[in-house]
Design a protein around this ligand. Structure first.
Ligand SMILES: Nc1nc2c(ncn2[C@@H]2O[C@H](COP(=O)(O)OP(=O)(O)O)[C@@H](O)[C@H]2O)c(=O)[nH]1
Ligand SMILES: [Mg+2]
Length: 358
């Protein structure tokens, strides 16, 4: 009898302990802000996370990460030059200095598999002078001017312009280099930062069509969604089918998210990103050629920005819900510091409002 009692007592204690722990875990989950980053490929989701590392995390990247980015930058440079060489030929633009054509194979010989495996310094330093020569050729510049016709990374010009520094044996990528470096996200990665004693968990996902079925796994217990749009993409088509306008694609993804019943209590914040690149593009590329319903001054960056925001806003079925948006430049740390200060307020307020309703 005595033994039985004791066992009973132990079991009760155990149950109590488990219940207490579960409660604590629930409390943590309740307190933790779970922020899901969504948006099509190359809109700036992973760049935003890098900014969180700089602003609210360690402040800098680890030696291992920096080494990884260094190789990734070599890869970015070679990949982009391959794309330009291929496009120059397809667009039939003649070389300014025809002898340069003799070196084409030295760049085109890299296969996609080589590039995925990673490029080491010894390999890069051999091809860097050739790439610099190519970049200085008027034909490659002309090809680059027509880049909305093909698929090339937004950051390649920056790295071509800095190729001498990048090719130095002691090249250490700066934060700016790291922010501009492009690496496609596969799968799901989570990053947690404590901001003013509140834990924020950011969930970063791949954005391309093939990656989107993985998004559903992250849809539970979300506090907020940051939806990224590359606003400079209005004259480009998507990589996946090379036909659909990138903004149209992005809007239809947004429409599905914003009207999803799973998110009725989730604050959705739109980031109209790549404002710096939009400013460069607006005077060169007339938005009316791609969006016939554009009214306003096609040379005004503001008009273009608000036209794009309106297209996203009017995809919402429940217009009574608040709509939050920001014009951002994800590679600019000061801009993101400022924007995220506002966003954090919105997230916390909306979260509180939801908790009060429960
Ligand atoms: N100039 C500029 N480049 C950006 C901006 N946001 C992202 N990028 C670049 O665009 C590329 C794709 O960004 P990434 O964050 O990988 O996009 P993701 O696919 O949504 O994760 C990277 O090379 C970034 O450096 C921006 O606001 N301005
Ligand atoms: Mg990414």
């Amino acid at each position: 009898m005595m033994v039985f009692c004791c066992a009973q007592g132990t079991k009760d204690e155990q149950t109590k302990r488990i219940e207490k722990e579960l409660k604590k875990e629930k409390e943590v989950l309740r307190r933790q802000m779970r922020i899901l980053l969504l948006g099509s490929g190359e809109s700036g989701k992973s760049t935003f996370i890098k900014q969180m590392v700089i602003i609210h995390g360690a402040g800098e990247f680890t030696a291992d990460e920096v080494r990884g980015y260094r190789q990734q930058i070599y890869q970015n440079v070679i990949s982009a030059m391959r794309v330009l060489l291929d496009a120059r030929q397809k667009l039939n633009i003649s070389w300014e200095i025809p002898e340069r054509a003799e070196d084409i194979d030295k760049i085109m010989k890299f296969t996609v598999a080589d590039l995925l495996r990673g490029i080491d310094f010894a390999t890069f330093v051999e091809v860097a002078p050739i790439i610099r020569e190519f970049w200085s050729d008027a034909s490659i510049k002309k090809t680059y001017e027509r880049r909305n016709l093909f698929q090339i990374s937004d950051s390649c010009q920056y790295f071509f312009d800095h190729i001498s520094r990048v090719a130095m044996p002691d090249f250490q990528p700066t934060n700016k280099d790291i922010l501009l470096c492009r690496k496609a996200t596969r799968g799901i990665s989570e990053h947690i930062f404590e901001i003013n004693k509140v834990p924020f968990r950011f969930i970063d996902v791949g954005g391309q069509r093939s990656q989107r079925q993985k998004w559903f796994q992250c849809f539970t217990d979300i506090t907020s969604i940051l939806f990224m749009v590359a606003s400079n993409e209005y004259d480009q088509v998507i990589l996946e089918d090379r036909r659909t306008n990138r903004v149209v694609e992005s809007r239809s993804v947004f429409e599905a998210i914003v009207n999803n019943r799973a998110f009725v209590n989730v604050s959705i914040i739109l980031f109209m990103n790549k404002s710096d690149l939009l400013k460069e593009k607006v005077p060169k590329s007339d938005i009316r050629q791609y969006f016939a319903d554009f009214t306003g001054d096609h040379l005004s960056v503001r008009d273009v920005q608000f036209f794009l925001v309106d297209r996203f806003e009017n995809s919402r079925k429940d217009r009574a819900r608040p709509f939050f948006y920001h014009f951002t430049t994800a590679v600019d740390t000061e801009n993101i510091r400022r924007v995220f200060r506002d966003v954090r307020e919105t997230i916390l307020e909306q979260n509180l409002a939801t908790l009060m309703m429960q």
